[in-house]
Ligand binder design. Structure first.
Ligand code: PEP
Ligand code: MN
Length: 336
């Protein structure tokens, strides 16, 4: 952490405070200020408290500190290899596609065959659904996870599904390749801590009211436990704009890519809430440097049990992949 103070008297006060907490530091004098280079290796300092001292001109924000997600800790980008040997990395664009919810055997089989044919690498399908209304379809639960797993075995495609609570960790460990933490659970720290203790890759979605810094802090809970396989996912935030379901924050992509070595994905389906806008936002996400996209696809969107309006049909998904390949190529990336 770097702190800049206006004069010697105020610098002495900060020095005394740091000494009382046994935090080591070096100081450098300039003509107008005193710079503290602080080595807070045990993380005992609170930026806000340091900022509140008299005469403090500047404190490095939290995001520049040495968290495990930070590029300051790890210069090489994180890549994640799944059981079928497919690798998620920054040279390729990974496509996750599938229905919002697993509904029945025919639905999931038809969608799986369609998205594989179009070129998807990973199949998504919710089984435990966090629905706004308790009267809406809540997902197939464990049956849905087992069904997704059967499809995975039969069609040889990795699968991802959303976990809702800590009691489901064992089931998810057994049946899915990537565990999704949804926007609503981004700050469920007990769940994040439990997921830090396992080896499965985790896709962590940004909370609809969360800042980029809060998203990274949530990722830190998983990384801190020893699970290094974390993917971040921008999925839109709440703003005053109501022509789209959320406001997809595409600027989060370059910001995150600058700060962290973790892969960054984008979900244009929940980000817009309307299938008409999904293609343009998916292409823009790839152009902006996303390492992957997650798209909701349904064989019969208007009859979907959840999020049909924002789901692409198989024909539109196929067209999307063709365009994604062109955009990826334009920025020297590849879609396998
Ligand atoms: C989902 O991807 O199924 C989902 C519920 O998304 P989010 O958590 O971003 O709302
Ligand atoms: Mn959905």
């Amino acid at each position: 952490m770097m702190v800049i103070i206006n004069n010697k008297e105020n610098a002495d006060r900060i020095g005394d405070y740091l000494n009382s907490l046994k935090v080591s530091y070096q100081t450098y004098n300039t003509t107008e200020s005193i710079i503290f280079e602080i080595n807070d290796t045990k993380n005992v300092l609170d930026n806000k408290i340091i900022e509140s001292f008299e005469g403090v001109l500047y404190v490095t924000p939290l995001v520049e500190d040495s968290f495990l997600w930070s590029r300051k800790n790890k210069t090489e980008d994180t890549s994640i290899t799944l059981d079928n040997n497919y690798t998620i990395d920054n040279k390729h664009v990974t496509i996750i596609a599938g229905p919002c919810s697993v509904e029945d055997v025919n639905q999931i089989e038809e969608i799986t065959k369609g998205v594989i044919k179009a070129g998807a690498h990973i199949l998504r399908g919710g089984a435990y659904k966090p629905r706004t209304s308790p009267y809406d379809f809540q997902g197939m639960g464990k049956d849905g996870i087992v069904l997704l797993h059967k499809v995975k075995e039969c069609y040889n495609i990795p699968v991802i599904s959303e976990i809702m609570n800590i009691n489901q960790v064992e089931v998810f460990k057994k049946y899915v390749d990537i565990i999704q933490v949804g926007a609503r659970n981004m700050q469920n720290y007990e769940l994040l801590t439990a997921l830090g203790k396992i080896n499965k890759p985790i896709l962590l979605k940004r909370g609809m009211g969360a800042t980029i810094e809060e998203l990274l802090c949530s990722a830190e809970y998983i990384l801190k436990g020893g699970n290094k396989n974390v993917i971040l996912c921008e999925r839109g935030i709440k703003t005053f704009e109501n022509s789209t379901r959320n406001t997809l924050d595409l600027s989060a992509i370059p910001v995150l890519k600058k700060l962290t070595h973790l892969p960054v994905f984008v979900d244009p389906s929940h980000g817009t809430g309307d299938w008409n806008y999904v293609e343009s936002m998916a292409l823009a996400a790839i152009a902006a440097g996303a390492d992957g996209i997650m798209v909701e696809v349904h064989n019969n969107p208007m009859y979907a049990k959840s999020d049909g309006i924002q789901s692409l049909n198989l024909e539109h998904f196929n067209q999307l992949i063709t365009k994604c390949k062109k955009v990826a190529k334009a920025i020297d990336k590849e879609i396998l």
